[in-house]
Design a protein around this ligand. Structure first.
Ligand code: URA
Length: 431
């Protein structure tokens, strides 16, 4: 009698078919993903298949099936029955991108429920959970019942995605990472969307970052990724839109965990850097439209304190103390302008790498992160600077780390005699 682990298809035939540009059938994809997730297929065969997908791509039909199979590898959160409409946001990641910390309570203050199941940072972009963990006592691990309860009472939750959400993605991501196949657009889209669909949200706004500090450095690939994810969401019955937003310079002025929490609280208090406020409000309006709450006014919720009150309630519900002082580094050092003029360029990637070297990010997923380390951008592109004025302020706990961060920042900014042409923050909108 055949058992579940008996091969149903000849894997080598499937690898050859994809290698030669043929489409795989639904049953073949379902079987491949399920068998790999169960440990019934060896890494080398999936590695070969991933490389074939990298070069040949997946048709929209194959991608929808591939994503469905990844979702089916685990459980799906059931958020039906909440009294508020659910809507979430996913960012492809950028430097100083603390938008989630503001957006979740802001959109909740406007009447939606925001289930934001997040990950930790890897490399030069920070993770939302790492940022919130800078708040003393705050807890990222919640049960499904706690998530549902908090969505009903507070309206927003930011917590760790449990191990049961699209577990096939975790295995595939590790394999992609060691086989040079992370950069495939269909594989990125399936990875992101499988987790968001399994999370149970009815609507989703994607913030696809473009520029030196982003995963996608050029507009062509950023737009293609956004299009692929929006279409994939629609194929799975999700209401989805995407904004492609600028990531040439860090968003806001603060980069690093506690520094970004402090800046988020400024925005929630009706202040904060203009670029961060603009991107946050653009995403909030997209989310509220999708949730059927297009009449709500997110700018008013920042100005009147209602978004801040939601943030405080969210932090407290997860064991955090919103009034506790945030960690501060023992050392700070400034990098100053060597002449007067206008800041023409500030490279997001270099600032992200510097913040990482200061201790704010991790190289491996088991590494600890520093709550206090990071960089404050005292000047942003377009602003006038005088000779000797601080442009960047480094926060760290060792001279060695500060030295390595300085090296990462060599050539990271340029000063010109006239201000750069203003560039829009929102580069494209896809529905
Ligand atoms: N983020 C994900 O979750 N998956 C990818 O493949 C890339 C970014």
């Amino acid at each position: 009698m055949a058992t579940r682990d008996d091969p149903v298809f000849d894997v080598v035939d499937l690898i050859r078919a994809k290698r030669d540009g043929q489409s795989l059938a639904d049953g073949e994809i379902d079987w491949l993903i399920d068998a790999y997730a169960r440990g019934a297929l060896p890494d080398e065969q999936l590695a070969a298949l991933l490389m074939a997908v990298y070069f040949q791509g997946l048709s929209p039909e194959e991608l929808a099936t591939w994503t469905g199979a990844m979702i089916a590898s685990g459980g799906r959160m059931d958020l039906a029955g909440l009294t508020r409409p659910t809507v979430d946001k996913h960012s492809t990641g950028g430097v100083g991108d603390k938008v989630s910390l503001v957006l979740a309570p802001l959109v909740a203050a406007c009447g939606a429920a925001v289930p934001q199941l997040s990950g930790r940072g890897l490399g030069h972009t920070g993770g939302t959970l790492d940022k919130l963990e800078a708040i003393p006592g705050w807890r990222s691990e919640l049960s499904a019942d706690e998530i549902r309860g908090q969505l009903e009472t507070v309206g927003c939750v930011i917590c760790a995605a449990g191990g049961d959400l699209a577990p096939a993605d975790r295995k595939l991501y590790v394999l992609r990472d060691v086989t040079g196949t992370v950069e495939s657009i269909p594989l990125i889209a399936a990875s992101i969307m499988s987790k968001k669909i399994a999370e149970g949200t009815a609507a989703l706004v994607l913030d696809v970052k473009v520029g030196s500090g982003a995963f996608m450095t050029g507009m062509d690939r950023a737009t293609k990724l956004a299009r692929t994810m929006v279409d994939l969401g629609h194929d799975h019955g999700l209401a989805v839109t995407a904004l492609v937003t600028a990531m040439e310079a860090p968003l806001g002025r603060a980069v690093g965990n506690a520094l970004e929490v402090a800046e988020s609280i400024e925005v929630l208090s009706g202040e904060g850097p203009a670029d961060l406020v603009e991107v946050t409000l653009a995403l909030a309006r997209e989310m509220l439209d999708l949730a059927g709450l297009g009449d709500a006014d997110p700018a008013a919720a920042l100005a009147d304190g209602s978004a801040l009150a939601r943030f405080r309630a969210m932090v407290e519900a997860q064991g955090g103390d919103p009034d506790a002082p945030l960690a501060r580094s023992t050392l700070t050092e400034e990098i100053v302008a060597d002449r007067a003029g206008f800041l023409a360029r500030l490279d997001a990637r270099a600032v992200g790498v510097a913040s990482w070297r200061l201790g704010a990010g991790r190289a491996r997923k088991e590494d600890p992160v520093s709550a206090s380390a990071g960089v404050i951008c005292r000047a942003k592109p377009g602003e006038a600077v005088t000779a000797g004025q601080p442009v960047l302020e480094l926060h760290g706990d060792s001279a060695e780390r500060i030295g390595r961060a300085r090296e990462a920042l060599a050539g990271a900014f340029a000063i010109a005699g006239s201000p750069p042409d203003p560039a829009p923050l929102v580069r494209a909108r896809l529905t």
